[in-house]
Design a protein around this ligand. Sequence first.
Ligand SMILES: *[C@@H]1O[C@H](CO)[C@@H](O)[C@H](O)[C@H]1NC(C)=O
Ligand SMILES: *[C@@H]1O[C@H](CO)[C@@H](O)[C@H](O)[C@H]1NC(C)=O
Ligand SMILES: *[C@@H]1O[C@H](CO)[C@@H](O)[C@H](O)[C@H]1NC(C)=O
Ligand SMILES: *[C@@H]1O[C@H](CO)[C@@H](O)[C@H](O)[C@H]1NC(C)=O
Ligand SMILES: *[C@@H]1O[C@H](CO)[C@@H](O)[C@H](O)[C@H]1NC(C)=O
Ligand SMILES: *[C@@H]1O[C@H](CO)[C@@H](O)[C@H](O)[C@H]1NC(C)=O
Ligand SMILES: *[C@@H]1O[C@H](CO)[C@@H](O)[C@H](O)[C@H]1NC(C)=O
Ligand SMILES: *[C@@H]1O[C@H](CO)[C@@H](O)[C@H](O)[C@H]1NC(C)=O
Ligand SMILES: *[C@@H]1O[C@H](CO)[C@@H](O)[C@H](O)[C@H]1NC(C)=O
Ligand SMILES: *[C@@H]1O[C@H](CO)[C@@H](O)[C@H](O)[C@H]1NC(C)=O
Ligand SMILES: *[C@@H]1O[C@H](CO)[C@@H](O)[C@H](O)[C@H]1NC(C)=O
Ligand SMILES: *[C@@H]1O[C@H](CO)[C@@H](O)[C@H](O)[C@H]1NC(C)=O
Length: 414
Amino acid sequence: MVVFPSLFIAAAVVLLGVRVVHAGSFTKVAGVCTVYASVDASDDAPAILDAFGQCQEDSTIILADPLYHIESVMNTTGLRNVVVDLRGTLLWGTNITYWRANGLELGYLNMTTAWMFGGENVVFRGHNIGTFDGNGQLWYDLTNGVSNLPGRPIGLMITNTTNSLFTGVRFVQSQFWTMAIKNSEDVLLENIYINSTSSSRAPARNTDGVDTFFSNRITFRNWTVAGGDDNISMKANSTNILIQDSVFHGGLGVAIGSIGQYPGQYETIENVTAERVLCLGTRYSGYIKTWTGVQQNFPPNGGGGGLGFAKNITFRDFTLVNVTDEVARITQCTSFSGATGGCDTSLFQISDVTWGPMVGNVKSNTLAQLQCSAAAPCPGIEFVGFEEISTAGNRSISCSHIQGPLGFACTSGS
Ligand SMILES: *[C@@H]1O[C@H](CO)[C@@H](O)[C@H](O)[C@H]1NC(C)=O
Ligand SMILES: *[C@@H]1O[C@H](CO)[C@@H](O)[C@H](O)[C@H]1NC(C)=O
Ligand SMILES: *[C@@H]1O[C@H](CO)[C@@H](O)[C@H](O)[C@H]1NC(C)=O
Ligand SMILES: *[C@@H]1O[C@H](CO)[C@@H](O)[C@H](O)[C@H]1NC(C)=O
Ligand SMILES: *[C@@H]1O[C@H](CO)[C@@H](O)[C@H](O)[C@H]1NC(C)=O
Ligand SMILES: *[C@@H]1O[C@H](CO)[C@@H](O)[C@H](O)[C@H]1NC(C)=O
Ligand SMILES: *[C@@H]1O[C@H](CO)[C@@H](O)[C@H](O)[C@H]1NC(C)=O
Ligand SMILES: *[C@@H]1O[C@H](CO)[C@@H](O)[C@H](O)[C@H]1NC(C)=O
Ligand SMILES: *[C@@H]1O[C@H](CO)[C@@H](O)[C@H](O)[C@H]1NC(C)=O
Ligand SMILES: *[C@@H]1O[C@H](CO)[C@@H](O)[C@H](O)[C@H]1NC(C)=O
Ligand SMILES: *[C@@H]1O[C@H](CO)[C@@H](O)[C@H](O)[C@H]1NC(C)=O
Ligand SMILES: *[C@@H]1O[C@H](CO)[C@@H](O)[C@H](O)[C@H]1NC(C)=O
């Protein structure tokens, strides 16, 4: 006899009365856990957590209702051979007091997350409709442009994850950074749409697309990132990172850093390639940013004095449309808000960075601003095929402590 799972569930519902409740619920049938949203808009997180608990291994978890309310934090780590199928929207709740007090620790930068997710051989499918909605407007209005409010949660933290795929997932109105990837290896995230756009005068600040930490062999393919401050950013101990076939609307472009925030701590970024990227009105194409060598205040908003290196970074085959500031940027001047100076103090070593070939236009007259620290000048900085980039003026390239520039000459500094 063939029993369709949905009929089977319907029968179970009728016979066993499993869904007479108003709260969220789930069923488990032959290794498939299906989560049903509450009918009274109450918190669906407990039902989702139960489903992940029951379908932690060799299973499928289906979230197919149009809307699930998430009013409490979720920790679903240690999955094995699991497919998560999201066809509806997960809408995070508005109780800011709750979220600020209960976020799960990122374990870095004193930041927290609303959902900690991880496992081995996990596939998270969104079919280009499954959506994370962080209800971010509340957070944009609350912070009103101030950086890194304590307890403002990262939407999704992917942690301790290997051999996994995230595909066709949408993220709108993220609370804070959309995603963080930490302690993970061999993860592909493709066909991802991110848009955090403020509808008030308060900017959607710090709604980064994704930040990586302590991760190796991570690929981002076919991402669309729009609004706010969004960017893809590599931080402490990110290696062999590939970004391909993506579009950035506004924001800063592809970021390496900021890094060097923890005094005396040794962190690295190595082997990063970003290719076939379209930058629409972004500030830069790719940029690199470290803290100064002088510690001022504490993370997440302060810091400095970190050690380590970033090397073998390539930004190639970009198309630039109305990039606002310059194509290439390096700064080792990042410091606590309001602090100045110390730009020549960082010992963090940047080397072997290539920009180009690229086509398109920059709205300013500047091709590049490359500011390396006197304490750690940058070798191996190269521009390839910049001839086809047009600017609004004299194509200036200002330099500080660039050792043996390749394929370009500094128009000021050296
Ligand atoms: C918001 O969360 C706080 C802390 O968890 C709780 O005390 C309060 O009752 C919640 N408020 C509402 C409206 O649910
Ligand atoms: C998340 O769950 C895992 C596994 O149960 C546990 O080891 C970890 O401490 C939890 N993390 C947090 C931040 O609660
Ligand atoms: C982390 O942030 C909390 C506020 O959320 C603050 O009380 C605490 O002092 C911070 N810890 C560090 C080490 O900065
Ligand atoms: C990471 O996951 C592996 C297997 O999935 C598990 O054995 C290990 O305990 C996890 N580590 C942490 C820190 O959660
Ligand atoms: C790229 O991702 C978008 C969703 O953001 C999707 O609609 C589109 O089909 C994807 N393109 C390819 C070539 O898969
Ligand atoms: C981002 O969202 C805003 C507001 O919903 C919308 O106007 C804009 O077109 C979206 N951008 C993209 C690239 O989808
Ligand atoms: C993303 O852009 C914002 C806006 O300036 C910035 O605060 C944030 O640090 C950037 N991401 C990273 C990690 O560089
Ligand atoms: C980062 O990687 C470097 C080089 O592999 C290593 O020396 C350092 O301990 C790592 N840092 C942390 C904080 O794990
Ligand atoms: C630099 O990284 C790329 C991958 O991003 C890799 O193919 C290449 O071999 C690396 N080059 C060196 C010199 O390590
Ligand atoms: C960077 O890429 C090169 C060439 O593929 C490889 O030899 C080296 O081990 C990579 N570095 C790291 C940290 O994986
Ligand atoms: C780029 O900027 C110019 C001048 O401001 C404007 O006319 C043009 O429409 C913009 N292009 C795009 C694709 O936004
Ligand atoms: C390029 O133009 C800017 C202002 O438009 C000016 O400050 C700068 O000195 C010029 N650089 C060169 C090399 O002429």
